[in-house]
Write a protein that binds this ligand. Structure first.
Ligand SMILES: [Zn+2]
Length: 426
């Protein structure tokens, strides 16, 4: 916690310590009262009291006796992931993924199908409603009641209001009240976030970024964006726009026009749309036989075609991915010097296939960042695969439910309360 004003009450202190004790147990960093004392710096008395409260509320269970370190063997403490369940939907540009999870992000049921985000919010979210209903009735033994709903969308979101803000590939969604739509149908709080933040939260809670407190997760799909974990928290910035690295200007060339309206953006040179465009040119002017075949077969070249051609050794495609990787790496080197993460995770459709892009990013980041900042820096590929979106959406909901301010509102009633009466959490 940050420094407190002089007027801090003991009730607020109690909430702070409750929240940090729960976070320790939930992340499995501490498994006993002794470990909690050692890791949090709280007194034995305070730890004992907070643990009792969490057991009484039903969020923590006392399990088997753990390994003894000399004295009386300690009782193992565990988070009760089955205290409730969470419904999540990850909307991509061309797909809908829905899932029901426990409070640890474990997927209990899952559905996915093709969809067009440009069909607008009524159509897309109407389908999410239907899939939620199907999923809830088809999944056996759902734990507890519904504790939260999480929605991910492929564009910028004002996290406080749960509304998309001028999303470039989502016509009809600007300002649409996504949260309200689900809040009227479900007796649980609802949060909406962008796909990149969900990827970051998923990797941090359940993937390759576990244990890292300062992480940048870059998603290279159609566009490019980054999610930031700073000091063990998701950093969204003042309006939820943090991490939009795709629109950092990297060249001074008026012919490189970005979908955001500016010129010379990283995304306009190295994102999936850019790779598709450059790949199509290479197919048309006969520089790449493989891309020519892709063009003839489908009538267009996609970023996936470029990745596939590169994996077969197509020199033009390899060159394109290497060039894109260097450009992303240059921007990330600035981010590294500014933010000093211990881990960069690279994910998204374009980054998932082949090694050229990741290798070029890694090489450029190490070469162009300051030595102190790269001394212990790791650059790794995303680990969650196709389920990253729904796992991330579940992590996002649970992060919010157990954040200090949100928990303060529902703790006494024993289970989370819907958004009309809860704080619109930031
Ligand atoms: Zn741009």
């Amino acid at each position: 916690m940050d420094s407190h004003p002089a007027s801090t009450t003991s009730a607020e202190d109690a909430l702070d310590t409750l929240s940090s004790v729960l976070d320790e147990i939930r992340s499995a960093r501490s498994r006993s009262r002794a470990e909690l004392v050692a890791r949090t710096g709280l007194s034995r008395g305070v730890v004992a009291q907070r643990v009792s409260e969490l057991i009484e509320i039903g969020l923590v269970v006392e399990g088997d006796v753990g390994p003894s370190t000399g004295g009386r063997p300690p009782r193992q403490l565990a988070f009760r992931a089955d205290a409730g369940h969470v419904l999540v939907a990850d909307l991509g540009a061309t797909s809908i993924d829905v899932a029901v999870t426990d409070l640890d992000g474990r997927i209990l049921g899952h559905r996915d199908e093709p969809a067009d985000i440009a069909a607008g919010p009524e159509r897309c979210l109407g389908r999410v409603d239907q899939l939620f209903t199907e999923l809830a009735s088809a999944t056996r033994d759902l734990p507890g009641r519904l504790w939260g709903v999480g929605i991910g969308v492929p564009g910028p979101v004002d996290f406080r209001s749960g509304r998309p803000v001028s999303p470039p590939i989502m016509p009809g969604w600007d300002g649409y009240p996504v949260r309200e739509r689900f809040a009227t149908r479900h007796d649980a709080p609802v949060w909406v976030d962008n796909d990149v933040n969900l990827l970051a939260l998923g990797e941090w809670r359940s993937g390759i970024a576990i244990g890292h407190d300062n992480v940048v997760v870059v998603k290279i799909g159609t566009g490019i964006g980054a999610g930031i974990i700073s000091n063990g928290r998701m950093h969204r910035g003042a309006q939820g726009a943090a991490g939009d690295v795709g629109h950092i200007q990297v060249v001074d060339d008026v012919s490189i026009v970005c979908r955001c309206g500016n010129v010379g953006c990283l995304e306009a040179l190295a994102g999936g749309s850019a790779l598709a465009r450059i790949g199509e040119l290479a197919a048309l002017d006969g520089r790449s036989d493989r891309l020519r075949v892709a063009l003839d077969q489908h009538g267009r070249v996609t970023a996936e075609d470029v990745s596939r051609a590169a994996s077969f050794g197509d020199a033009v495609a390899v060159g394109m991915l290497t060039d894109a990787g260097h450009r992303v790496g240059l921007t990330l080197a600035s981010v590294v010097n500014f933010f000093n993460p211990s881990l960069i995770v690279v994910g998204g459709g374009v980054a998932q296939s082949g090694d050229q892009l990741l290798a070029a990013i890694r090489e450029t980041v190490y070469r162009r960042s300051l030595p102190l900042a790269t001394r212990e820096l790791l650059v790794k590929r995303s680990s969650l695969g196709a389920l990253a979106g729904v796992i991330g959406a579940s992590s996002m909901v649970v992060e919010q439910l157990f954040s200090r301010d949100v928990m303060a509102r529902w703790l006494r009633s024993g289970a989370p309360i819907p958004h009309e009466t809860a704080v619109s959490a930031g």
